[in-house]
Design a protein around this ligand. Structure first.
Ligand code: HEC
Length: 142
């Protein structure tokens, strides 16, 4: 690593810490507005083609396709995404649905952990408060 790279890294670290310490959380949730901003970008670039605008998914997501797989479900709190804690959501995005017999591609090679968490915060921003609270009660953050 040359000197310029080191400086870049150190700046990024310092900026990261400052953000973590001073930026307030959105609506009492675990994420900040900057995470939502990154998440929206990640979502539009990688997820919107299947999960649709505002994470509303596919109308007939409960009905299997002819090959037995399911259409992309909503991520907006109306389907099952809120049954999964953060770690499981991250794993689904990382590995996709193929290990579970599904069709969603994995994004582990494309998105880093920060981007995966950010995109989760983005679709969670569509969850009504009672769904978010139910997720917390089930141990969503554990
Ligand atoms: C090619 C279409 C496609 C793309 C692109 C896609 N998904 Fe999916 N996603 C699916 C399908 C289909 C499922 C249902 C499980 C399966 O078949 O793999 C799913 C399931 C999920 C689940 C589990 C939901 C639940 O109710 O358990 C999450 C979370 C998820 N996707 C998030 C994302 C995120 C975040 C992105 C973008 C980084 C993304 N998906 C991109 C098709 C897609």
């Amino acid at each position: 690593m040359n000197k310029g790279m080191w400086l870049l890294c150190i700046c990024a670290l310092v900026a990261g810490c400052e953000q973590g310490n001073s930026e307030p959380k959105v609506n009492g949730r675990w994420y900040t507005q900057s995470q939502l901003d990154i998440g929206k970008k990640v979502y539009v670039e990688n997820c919107i083609s299947c999960h649709n605008e505002n994470a509303h998914g596919t109308f007939s997501w409960r009905n299997p396709l002819p090959d037995g797989s399911y259409p992309p479900p909503p991520l907006n709190g109306t389907a099952h995404a809120w049954h999964h804690p953060l770690g499981v959501l991250k794993k689904v995005i990382d590995q996709g649905g193929v290990p579970m017999g599904g069709k969603m591609p994995g994004f582990g090679a494309k998105l880093n952990e920060k981007e995966e968490l950010a995109v989760i915060s983005y679709f969670q921003s569509f969850w009504p408060d009672e769904i978010y609270q139910a997720w917390i009660t089930r141990g969503g953050l554990k």
